[in-house]
Design a protein around this ligand. Structure first.
Ligand code: FES
Length: 211
């Protein structure tokens, strides 16, 4: 794709995400939001014009810095007979697809956390492919599966992150998603692992609609 029209998201220091050539922006109700060739998307959680930046980040003390006590990066592997499951907790957005939909495989609070032999490997692979943050990936027959060539889209999860597919991320501070074609970006401003969502929106009770 021509570099000038390729969709991209740039992380600006202590400010919004700058999305270029993104044509599909959808909210949690499935409603398509009108896009522009260049859009600034709020990541401080304070805008009164969500999802767009309205300059509030300059007044509310927002910092794009990471916290030292964030979950460390690193991939754990759970080896099974026909499939191995990989998890990088560092970029998990804790939306819970895995533990909710395949609880016999993904065991919240248990050690080991995953049992790759509990169900058909294809079922596990299908579930992992729906993990929005890219924290999960898998290996079958010696082949690692982590990027799935999605159509470019930013999906705004209700009271949660931007779930991004098929769009290149450019963070001048060097952060890279675990999976380059899908990842979850913090929208509430509270992640300890910016620019990625780490589930902190639940802790701070981030709401799209303020009471
Ligand atoms: S990042 Fe600008 S208002 Fe939130």
């Amino acid at each position: 794709m021509d570099k000038d029209v390729k969709p991209s998201i740039k992380v600006s220091k202590n400010g919004p995400y700058i999305a270029k050539n993104v044509k599909t922006l959808r909210n949690s109700k499935g409603v398509f939001i009108e896009t522009k060739p260049v859009m600034t998307l709020c990541r401080c959680g304070g805008s009164s014009n969500m999802p767009f930046c309205d300059g509030t980040h300059a007044k509310n003390g927002f910092s794009g810095e990471n916290e030292k006590d964030r979950v460390p990066a690193g991939v754990e592997t759970y080896v099974g007979k026909d499939i191995s499951i990989h998890r990088n907790k560092n970029v998990c957005c804790h939306v819970g697809h895995c533990v909710r939909n395949l609880p016999s495989v993904f065991k919240k609070g248990k050690d080991p956390w995953a049992d790759p032999d509990a169900v058909d490997p294809e079922e596990i692979a299908k579930l992992i492919r729906s993990c929005p943050s890219g924290a999960l990936s898998y290996t079958i027959n010696g082949e690692l599966h982590k990027d799935y060539s999605h159509d470019p889209e930013i999906f705004i999860l209700k009271d949660g992150p931007y779930n991004v597919t098929g769009i290149e991320l450019d963070d001048p501070d060097g952060s890279e998603p675990e999976t380059h074609d899908h990842y979850s970006l913090c929208r509430c401003g509270a992640s300890r692992n910016k620019p990625f969502c780490d589930g902190s929106h639940s802790d701070v009770e981030f709401k799209d609609e303020k009471n």
